[in-house]
Design a protein around this ligand. Structure first.
Ligand SMILES: [Zn+2]
Length: 79
């Protein structure tokens, strides 16, 4: 199976993974807060609030597919 990658526009072999570029808590920040209280990389995110610091890491959740030896992969953020 081939698919067109939404990130680089190239055709890739295999199945696309379902992923988010940032955790929801980062995505809902306004642009000023994204620059001033948050740090985001491909796999790590930190948001500094006055009362607490939230930290997130992206990992891969592999889901088995019935009658298929492959998995469907989700890129999920966990806190
Ligand atoms: Zn790609």
């Amino acid at each position: 199976m081939k698919y067109k990658c939404l990130k680089c526009g190239q055709q890739h072999e295999g199945r696309p993974s379902i992923a988010f570029d940032s955790p929801y808590h980062y995505a809902k920040l306004n642009e000023v807060d994204k620059k001033s209280i948050a740090k985001l990389s491909e796999d790590l995110c930190e948001i500094r609030h006055p009362e607490q610091t939230d930290r997130f890491i992206r990992t891969v959740l592999h889901q088995r597919i019935v009658d298929d030896c492959r998995t469907l992969d989700y890129g999920v953020w966990v806190s």
